[in-house]
Design a protein around this ligand. Structure first.
Ligand code: ASC
Length: 151
């Protein structure tokens, strides 16, 4: 009985800790967080490449494919941030330590990206609107890269 009581207390403490500990707890190791966010950028960049090819006329414009890519980009733009965990600016990553040290500014650039990728979802319905939205979207990517990504 005493053993059970102790383990119940232990479980309650552990459950409370789970609520209290933020994103870092979602990744067992820092390397897992780095892999996770790199995967999201890989997906994002692949679809930006597809839209960019259409916008430049290197690939025929296909509204359904463009909208599919835009939705994926928009979703992916929400993924990397919880994986920007403490001590994750070294190892197999191009993240600069400044990004983690300047969380408010980093978040602002992430918010800007998400605002532009949301617009991309409607803009991808036609070639003209897609073309018009590629610049601001790419600018949001680049704004953060210039500041917080090693080359
Ligand atoms: C891409 C890609 C980026 C952005 C950036 C826009 O396709 O991989 O990192 O666009 O180059 O400036």
């Amino acid at each position: 009985m005493k053993k059970l009581a102790i383990s119940l207390v232990g479980a309650a403490v552990a459950a409370g800790a789970l609520y209290a500990i933020p994103a870092a707890a979602q990744f067992a190791k820092v390397e897992d967080a780095i892999k996770y966010r790199k995967a999201s950028f890989t997906v994002m960049a692949n679809h930006v490449g597809r839209l960019s090819a259409m916008a430049k006329g290197e690939r025929p414009f296909d509204a359904a494919a463009a909208q599919n890519s835009a939705k994926i980009i928009d979703l992916a733009s929400h993924l990397p941030w919880e994986a920007m965990v403490p001590n994750s600016a070294s190892g197999d990553t191009r993240l600069k330590p400044e990004a983690l040290a300047n969380a408010a500014e980093f978040k602002q650039l992430g918010d800007k990206l998400q605002a532009e990728t949301a617009k991309l979802v409607t803009a991808s319905a036609s070639l003209d609107t897609l073309k018009a939205q590629m610049g601001p979207t790419g600018g949001a990517c680049k704004g953060c890269h210039d500041k917080f990504r090693k080359d």
